[in-house]
Design a binder for this molecule. Sequence first.
Ligand SMILES: Nc1ncnc2c1ncn2[C@@H]1O[C@H](COP(=O)(O)OP(=O)(O)OP(=O)(O)O)[C@@H](O)[C@H]1O
Length: 338
Amino acid sequence: MIEIKGVAKLFKSGQKKIKAVDQVSLNVEKGEIFGVIGYSGAGKSTLIRMINQLERQTEGEIWIDGVPISRLSSRDLRVKRQKIGMIFQHFNLLWSRTVFDNIALPLEVANVPKSVRQERVHELIRLVGLEGKEQQYPSQLSGGQKQRVGIARALANQPTVLLCDEATSALDPKTTDSILELLKDINQKLGLTIILITHEMHVIQKICDRVAVMEEGRVVELGQVLQVFKEPKQQITKDFVKQITESSEALEAQAEWNIAEGKVVQCHFLVQTSGQPILSKLIRSCDVDVNVVQGKINKLKDSSYGTLFLHLTGSEAEINRAIQFLQEQQVEVEVLVG
Ligand SMILES: Nc1ncnc2c1ncn2[C@@H]1O[C@H](COP(=O)(O)OP(=O)(O)OP(=O)(O)O)[C@@H](O)[C@H]1O
């Protein structure tokens, strides 16, 4: 649905040249929620802004629904852009316009007749849960409500693609989750393709089907979110996954582990294995004592992923046998201590 082929962007500021995006090629499927994660300066904003040509690439091509958007004339681009919605970190609302009028703006620009416009705005207000706020101004709304206006406005012309540029970065964790739920709901109800950029793995974990990890303008890792969680390959990806699997409390607790004997292992297991009595089977099959030090389950978009820290004591041979047993049950095991 969206094909990004060998795209690069070179910025020139004075004598300096900055390659913000460097030979990125990606395909995003119709109806998918695709996340791009990276630290500040990785090139995420530049990449997403090239998808609707707010930024022109210096190399490569971008196709949306079979249309080479990167080659369109300004006039054709204006029309095509109506089918590509975008939301922003700081909402970009017009402060002098009410909620109703902010949402109506793209319909006015597209010359939609007033009666159709009114009906459509009411429909959008219901979709994003802002009933009763129609006549309020952005300054009277909470951050989450402002982003709901941003989402409604972005959906006004029934786009096929929604681009989200750090859409939850200015929001507190609870509001972030409610906006992510809304995006997931819209994706399912409208079959909308969503591309989002973020520096938070939590966002990727909650709603994305696939993720691309960006570093220094390049995509260094790409895959299904579950696969990337299970087997992060690059160090940067491992660090992002740790944002989720190792909370600061967990790290503090680890510092207090006083392991005089045995081994501490970190186990990663999927929801398919979590229904099985793996630990009791382990204790019955191997002559080891098992102490659960810490555990956590992360809910991904359509599945779950568990992390369990076990302290195993017994003879070296039996501990190794226990590790092998866990691996045979499709549990991934990493020895942390011992
Ligand atoms: N208009 C511009 N002119 C010159 N350099 C730019 C411009 N826009 C971005 N850059 C540079 O390109 C690189 C990538 O920036 P970009 O904003 O795409 O990264 P990012 O991953 O979105 O980071 P952030 O989350 O901080 O916005 C950075 O080094 C940035 O300084």
